[in-house]
Design a protein around this ligand. Sequence first.
Ligand SMILES: [Zn+2]
Ligand SMILES: [Zn+2]
Length: 240
Amino acid sequence: MNIPLLNFLFPNMCCICKRYGNYICDDCKKLLKRNLPECYICRRISPQYSSHTQCKKSCSLDSVFVGWEYNHMSASILKLYKYKNVREISIGLSNLFIDTIQKSSFSSHLKNTLLVPVPISNARRNERGFNQMEYITSCIGMYFNLDVKNDFIYCKNSNSHQANKTQKERYNSKDNPFYIQDQSLKDISKYKNITLVDDVITTGYTLEKITKVLKTQYGQDLIINALCIFRGKPYYLSTN
Ligand SMILES: [Zn+2]
Ligand SMILES: [Zn+2]
């Protein structure tokens, strides 16, 4: 397909305000608030995005990059991208996210890492038809020249017993909906660490449970980092 025809079928239009130009226009981009490098756990500033040693527990992530604060603009982007399968929003969001990672000090953690998108359950995949994180992760992999493994960690469908639990009960529960499927990845020694890629951090439940599965399989010394597009307002901003 040639480029003019592609532009006709998929015009470069801002998916938020519908103005022609970029998939996410400069005005809408300005409404996204950048997160500062912080410790994933206490959320105080931490220059290399590393979790402070005194903040870490056994299943804590080592370094977590968060792109932007979760606000009304992030919420509309996520809604479009998760439920409407808007091709343009995935391209716009990937480009923006890659640009933000690339300009940050987190990019040094990406040397020789294995990128793993956070999985969704089969029920959710059937409902949406796709896991958008796989697309975004493959774009990050291509840009930074990193290996990506999709069929690696799986998520069980939540049963009604789990669905009835409150967020706190779910978080504290010993049940882990995530498991490692691909036993062929027995040797991960060629990678320096594993980087999980997720869209939004709410309670941190997903990332912590996946970290636990990985550390149980590959040892407590395995370094696990994460790239996450959005997270709620950090304490350093709410105290102002
Ligand atoms: Zn716009
Ligand atoms: Zn801390």
